[in-house]
Write a protein that binds this ligand. Structure first.
Ligand code: IMP
Ligand code: MG
Length: 175
């Protein structure tokens, strides 16, 4: 790993406050319904747990692990399902929960795959969004933070599998 350090970017308090706001919005938008949340592993796990705790309508959870293989650090539109969902989506109000949307390639392909499973509705919620990096258009329904084009870690996000457990979000700076 090249020599680097992590600079604080969003504090734990800022992230928690924003997750509470998004949780309140989802609870209002889904009043009288059940929410079926799909966590995209591994990055989305921390965010989904915190978000689910703050939603007041009935929530069920499922997990999916997809790998998108491209060259180096660029994702491609080709995704491989490493771990599929345990339950069908027919007739459910589904929210996909992601850590970050970068090029949008992975998510747009995933949305296609999942909408073919006949959910009643399908929405997308992300902790972070880097709009400047978008290559494929994806409609994001709930975004906690739009961030500049920097490589971030913490709150589930990794740099070579490290730093997922940081309770805040930091920017990786190369020394
Ligand atoms: P894309 O939107 O298909 O380009 O890929 C998004 C995925 O790339 C995310 O789910 C992350 O796994 C990873 N990723 C993109 N930007 C970052 C970052 O700043 N830090 C950590 N992982 C990132
Ligand atoms: Mg990810």
């Amino acid at each position: 790993m090249p020599k680097h350090h992590v600079e604080p970017f969003l504090t734990e308090e800022e992230v928690d406050k924003k997750i509470q706001e998004i949780g309140d919005r989802i609870s209002r938008d889904y009043k009288g319904k059940n929410v079926h949340m799909i966590c995209v592993l591994k990055g989305g796990a921390f965010f989904m747990c915190e978000l689910a705790k703050r939603i007041t309508v009935p929530v069920s959870l499922d997990f999916m692990y997809v790998s998108s293989y491209g060259s180096g650090t660029e994702s491609s539109g080709n995704i491989k399902i490493v771990k599929d969902l345990d339950e069908p989506l027919d007739g459910k109000d589904v929210i996909i929960v992601e850590d970050i949307i970068d090029s949008g390639r992975t998510l747009s392909r995933l949305m296609e795959l999942l909408s073919a499973r006949n959910p009643k509705s399908l929405k997308l919620c992300t902790l972070l969004d880097k709009p400047d990096r978008r290559v494929v258009d994806v409609k994001v329904d709930y975004t906690c933070f739009e961030i500049p084009d920097e490589f971030v870690v913490g709150y589930g996000l990794d740099y070579d599998q490290m730093y997922r457990n940081l309770p805040y979000i930091g920017i990786v700076k190369f020394d």
